[in-house]
Every structure is written in structure tokens, then in C-alpha cells.
Design a protein around this ligand. Structure first.
Ligand code: UGA
Length: 437
């Protein structure tokens, strides 16, 4: 098989399919990315992935190429894993990379081929790509497009790919797609992972519906947070209490700075845009509110920082712990932590940032912030500390030792993960989103 597009999703999928015993070629138009992967180097931070990559290159189950002709000759099963970012100036998804793959690959295919789409796309895209493929396919060859959405989480990408909690395959044909899927995913299926077979549209929608639900759950608890702050309540025990009801469940009820990353924000916007195109915009107008609640948490954190200095941040030394959108990732796309750091800086604060993995990427987006070499260096002489990404290293900080580094022990817990009593006992004044302390 080939895996076309070797970003977070594709590089992980290629390495993990090889780990499952398949012979895999990773394909990308980015020569640098392909050269790095072929050397066994993962060009982003993903725990466990480098070992899987190296092991499978060494076993000669995994190779890389930038050549579509080579890809077409190599396999009859092709995974489509290129990005579908938000279009500039619009909420809709940019499908140009997905279309480019079809345009380049399909004319070169011979015999019978199946393309498994993994990218997150608006409903209707697979049918559109099938129409494109039918126009482009060589005489005597055939191509069937099926949709096989991906549910991996950054930070757990290897585990989520090798042992997914479900496999969804959507198709429009009468061919043996299910048999091919069963062969590809034989190992997880033998371990009990359910396979759900449906039509193309349903498979496309499963993915965006899942991400929209997760985003809604986070914004729900963050909306309740807003009320807690005004009413003098505490969102942390509240979330625990409602999460015990297994109809609600405790996961994704972590109140704080809200969601970011390369998926949830763009996916809810693309979902709304597609609903509008289908004439059903009312169905998803609530997602606009989900987005707005999420963005308001960042503003609220900046307001709390201002209040910590009586209203003005001018010239104040503020340390922001974390700039990745979540721990165990170097991804800063739409990161709440980086957004807060940037806003504080624009409001006149001298902002020092430290993140174990995200700083190289953050420097490209926000070069004007001061990036420290260590948490200790970032904390030294701070007048306010904001925990913005809940890396274990920050959760493990010792309140008394940290108080000795700063010039004023004032903390905002933007992720509600610290032991407030211990920090208060260590001499800190503590504020947190959604809590009355
Ligand atoms: C998300 C989905 O969880 C995956 O299932 C999906 O495959 C992926 O998007 C995708 O579409 O590719 P990911 O972006 O890696 O995965 O991140 P999540 O773990 O979902 O976290 C998203 C954001 O929500 C983070 O910024 C995190 O800090 C925030 N979050 C999460 C909260 O604010 N509170 C919570 O309780 C949980």
C-alpha cells in the first residue's frame, strides 16, 4: 500500500501499517519531509513514533518517495492522508491538496485500485473525488474511492492507529472493499476493534460529527465555568460530579483555556460552512456559539492577568508555561496557550514562554516573545505565572521552590490541573478559570 501525504496523520499511518506487517510506501511532494522520514527521523514530536519508523525501515517494510509514478506502480491500495486546512478568508475546508493527489495519481494507475480517504473532508467530497477519478482513469484501469476516517489523537497517535477504538469504512460500490479493509486491519479486528461499514456520506460525517461533539463538550463545561466565576462556584468539583453520570462521562469536561490544534477548530468551522452550502445552516448555528465560548476563555485569561496588576500589563513580567495546544505535542496551530502569550505581549507585558517541545514552531508564528531555555529560566523574576499547557513537568513543579524563583508568587492555572491548596500553602496567590478561590 502507499500512504500519500506524510504529515502527522500520514507519517503515523504509514509507519503503523508497516508495523502491522504491510509493505508500505510513504509519498509526499515535500522533498525535505521525505528525506527526513527516509533517514528514520520524524519531523515533528510524537511519542513512540521514531522507534516504529526506524524499526520498519530497517525491516524493509517501509520506504518513502516523492514520485507518483513509483507510487502507482508500487501498490493497488492507496491511503489519502493530505491536509485539509481552513481556507483563507473562509470557514470552509481547502480541498486543493486532496484534489491534487487524485489528479496526479489516478492517470498513472493500472489494473484495479482502491483509494482509502483518511483526510477530514466535507460531506460529499468522496463522491466528487470519484467523479474526478472516473474522468482521469486510464482505459482498462479502475479506481474506487472509499472513506476511512481517522480518529487518532496527537500524543497517542501510534496507539490510536495500531489499536483504534473503531474502524469506519464508507463505500458506494458493490466490490470487495470490506474484504480489503478486513485484510488491512486484520490485527486490530482480531483484537476486537469493531468495523462499521456504511455509505460514503455517513463515513465522512462520522468524523466531523465526532470532533464537533468533542468541541461542544469542552465548550459546554467552559460556558458553565463562566457562570461559576460569577456565582462564586467551582467548576472542577462540578465537572467531577456531573461526569460520574455515565451518560455524561468525565472525559473532555476539563474546563480551562479550551480547545485548539489543527483539528477541532477548523473542523467545526468547515462543518458549519458545509451545512450552509447544503441549505441547512440552522442545524449547526450552535457550533458558532461553541467556537465563541472557546475563544472567550482566552480573553478571560488575559483579563485575569490584567486584573492581577490592577488593570495594566505595561512592562510587567509574565511567564507563560506552555505554548503547544496540548501536552505531549509540539503543535502550536491555533494554540490557546500561544494565543494568550501573544495577547499579553501585545498588551504591553514582557512575556517569557517555556514549552518542552513547542517553542521552535511557536517562534515561527510569534518571533517577538521571549522563549526561555528552561522552566526555571522562564520563571526567574516573574511577577505573574500562567499555566497554559498542562505538561507533566509543570504539574510536578514544587510550589515553595517555584516561589523562591519569582519576584511575586501570583499564579493563574489556565488548565485546572494544579493542587490549589498546595500552591496556596506554598505562599502563592492563585486564580483559575471557572473557580472562585
Ligand atoms: C482531535 C480528536 O480528539 C481526535 O479524535 C481526532 O482524530 C483529531 O482531533 C483529528 O481530527 O485529527 P487532537 O487534535 O489531537 O485530536 O486533540 P484532543 O486531544 O482532542 O484535544 C483538543 C484540544 O482540546 C486541546 O487543545 C486540549 O487542550 C483541549 N481539551 C481537551 C480541553 O480543553 N479540555 C478537555 O477536557 C479535553
Amino acid at each position: 500500500m502507499t500512504v500519500i501525504g506524510t504529515g502527522y496523520l500520514g507519517a503515523t499511518h504509514a509507519a503503523c501499517m508497516a508495523e502491522l506487517g504491510h509493505t508500505v510506501m510513504g509519498v509526499d511532494v515535500d522533498k525535505h519531509k521525505i528525506a527526513s522520514l527516509a533517514r528514520g527521523e520524524v519531523p515533528f514530536f510524537e511519542p513512540g513514533l521514531p522507534a516504529v519508523l526506524e524499526r520498519n525501515i530497517a525491516a524493509q517494510r517501509l520506504s518513502f518517495s516523492t514520485d507518483y509514478a513509483e507510487a502507482a506502480a508500487f501498490a493497488s491500495v492507496h491511503f489519502l492522508a493530505v491536509g485539509t486546512p481552513q481556507k483563507r478568508g473562509s470557514y470552509a475546508a481547502d480541498l486543493s491538496h486532496v484534489e491534487d493527489v487524485i489528479t496526479e495519481l489516478v492517470p498513472q494507475l493500472r489494473g484495479k485500485n482502491t483509494i482509502f480517504g483518511k483526510s477530514t473532508v466535507p460531506v460529499g467530497t468522496a463522491a466528487h473525488l470519484q467523479d474526478m477519478a472516473n474522468e482521469l482513469v486510464a482505459p482498462g484501469a479502475s479506481v474506487e474511492i472509499v472513506w476511512n476516517p481517522e480518529f487518532l489523537r496527537e500524543g497517542f497517535a501510534v496507539k490510536d492507529t495500531i489499536s483504534p477504538d473503531r474502524i469506519v469504512v464508507g463505500h458506494a460500490g458493490t466490490t470487495d472493499v470490506e474484504a480489503i479493509a478486513r485484510e488491512i486491519y486484520a490485527q486490530p479486528l482480531s483484537q476486537g476493534t469493531p468495523l462499521l461499514v456504511c455509505d460514503l456520506q455517513t463515513a465522512e460525517l462520522v468524523k466531523v460529527a465526532a470532533n464537533a461533539f468533542l468541541a461542544t463538550k469542552i465548550s459546554f463545561i467552559n460556558a458553565v465555568s463562566e457562570i461559576c466565576e460569577i456565582a462564586g462556584a467551582d467548576v472542577v468539583p462540578l465537572a467531577k460530579a456531573i461526569g460520574i453520570d455515565d451518560r455524561i462521562g468525565s472525559k473532555f469536561l476539563g474546563a480551562g483555556l479550551g480547545f485548539g490544534g489543527g483539528c477541532l477548530p477548523k473542523d467545526i468551522r468547515a462543518f458549519m460552512a458545509r451545512a450552509g452550502e447544503l441549505g441547512a445552516d440552522q442545524a449547526l448555528t450552535f457550533l458558532r456559539e461553541v467556537d465563541a465560548i472557546n475563544m472567550r476563555r482566552r480573553d478571560r485569561c488575559v483579563d485575569m492577568a490584567k486584573a492581577a496588576f490592577g488593570g495594566s500589563l505595561l512592562g510587567r513580567r509574565v511567564t507563560v508555561l506552555g505554548c503547544a495546544f496540548k501536552p505531549n505535542s509540539d503543535d502550536v496551530r491555533d494554540s490557546p496557550a500561544l494565543s494568550v502569550a501573544g495577547s499579553l505581549s501585545l498588551a504591553g507585558a514582557a512575556v517569557s514562554v517555556y514549552d518542552p517541545q513547542g517553542m521552535d514552531n511557536a517562534k515561527k508564528i510569534f518571533p517577538t516573545l521571549d522563549y526561555a531555555e528552561s522552566a526555571r529560566a522562564a520563571l526567574t523574576e516573574a511577577e505573574l505565572v500562567i499555566l497554559a499547557t498542562e505538561w507533566q513537568e509543570f504539574r510536578d513543579l514544587d510550589p515553595a521552590a517555584t516561589a523562591a524563583l519569582v519576584s511575586r508568587p501570583y499564579l493563574i492555572d489556565g488548565r485546572n490541573v494544579l493542587d490549589i491548596d498546595a500552591w496556596q500553602a506554598g505562599g502563592w496567590q492563585v486564580k483559575a478559570l471557572g473557580r472562585s478561590l
